[in-house]
Design a protein around this ligand. Structure first.
Ligand SMILES: *Cc1c(COP(=O)(O)O)cnc(C)c1O
Length: 360
């Protein structure tokens, strides 16, 4: 072919999702397969969200509200902020893209961790930015290392707290100390996809005050994890008005579909469901910690719905062997795997199969 593609695409490869459950069933002739690979909510989503979506199916021929007015109003009320400080998106995935399109010029230096959410580096490269990788320290974001990596070419810093895939977090005190030192012209994109699962008291649960104090900070939250709405694609960012106005220039006019807007509003109101998800996650985490300890496997403590664990064998092989036995997890390079915390039944099945594979 004679057509040429953007130079930046040479650096990229398409995202390879794990196999869907039905494919694994067919391939290995299994009746039952569990997936603990994508940090999905094992309890599904709020029944209220489901009911709201069903009712909204009557209006599928109508374009969504491109301004997501009702969702913005619901969020503004909940967090006591103004609607022009909020921007809903089709998942945080889309927001990460939009942030990259809003800020990154070719040649800008973009700071991120080595083991973190892969969309940060992908969108950085897509825009011709230069990734500056700061290794985790003790499986945790090295904020001092990130400060040291700042130069006059630095444009943006991706920060995931707590981190996917290691599950570790940095404290409010450390973040404030960090933000105090980041120059005002450097954007900090703060991703808190797992905030609802955090148990530690020193976590900055009120990140909105960062946005208020530091005009260069924006915070991203999603309905995909604790709210259990990964399939419908809805998230939002909070930032000062000027940043939101500029992101609005690059987003598609109807980026959040109508069912997603309705589901998110209903989900926000269902505090009981959120609490149940938190409780089940705490219980599952404790069970898995105990089992890993009994098996002599190392894991950094997790503040999320997943655990990053050293299985002391090639993680890819462990993944393949577990998949054959009907349990899908995520290999993480080297001897680490990441397992999402499931229902107790799923956790037990996972442990049983892991033991079988590791003892073979
Ligand atoms: C899952 C995840 C997201 C993406 O969530 P969506 O809203 O489903 O796009 C963003 N950031 C991190 C760190 C995640 O783990």
């Amino acid at each position: 072919m004679n057509i040429s593609y953007r130079e930046e695409l040479k650096e990229l490869s398409p995202y390879k999702p794990g196999k869907p459950i039905d494919d694994v069933k067919r391939e290995y002739g299994l009746k039952e397969v569990i997936k603990l690979a994508s940090n999905e909510n094992p309890l599904g989503c709020s029944e209220k969200a489901k009911e709201a979506v069903k009712a909204a199916c009557e209006n599928l021929s109508i374009y969504p509200d491109g301004n997501a007015t009702l969702l913005k109003e619901a969020l503004a009320k909940k967090y006591n902020i103004s609607t022009d400080e909020i921007l809903p998106s089709s998942g945080s995935d889309e927001m990460i893209d939009l942030i990259a399109k809003t800020f990154i010029n070719k040649g800008d230096e973009i700071i991120m961790a080595d083991i973190t959410f892969p969309r940060y580096i992908a969108t950085t490269k897509m825009m011709g930015g230069i990734p500056k990788i700061v290794p985790l320290k003790n499986y945790t974001y090295d904020l001092d290392g990130m400060l040291k990596a700042i130069t006059d070419k630095t444009k943006l810093i991706w920060l995931c707290n707590p981190n996917n895939p290691t599950g570790t977090m940095v404290s409010e005190k450390d973040i404030i100390n960090f933000l105090d030192k980041v120059p005002e012209n450097v954007v900090v994109a703060y991703d808190e996809a797992y905030r609802e699962y955090v148990t530690r008291k020193d976590y900055p649960m009120d990140s909105i005050k960062f946005v208020k104090t530091y005009p260069n900070v924006l915070t991203m939250r999603t309905f995909s994890k604790a709210y259990g709405l990964a399939g419908i694609r809805v998230a939002y960012t909070i930032a000062n008005k000027e940043i939101i106005e500029n992101i609005n220039k690059v987003r598609g006019p109807f980026n959040v579909n109508s069912l997603a807007q309705i589901a998110a509003i209903a989900a926000l109101e269902d505090k009981e469901f959120l609490q149940k998800c938190f409780d089940v996650n705490v219980e599952g985490k404790k069970y898995l910690y105990d089992e890993f300890e009994k098996m002599g496997l190392f894991f950094p403590p997790s503040e999320t719905n997943h655990i990053f664990v050293d299985v002391k064998k090639n993680g890819n092989e462990v993944f393949m062997e577990m998949q054959k036995r009907g349990v899908i997890i995520r290999p993480m390079g080297g001897t680490f795997i990441r397992v999402s915390i499931g229902t107790m039944e799923e956790n037990k099945k996972f442990v049983e199969v892991l033991k079988e594979v590791l003892n073979n």
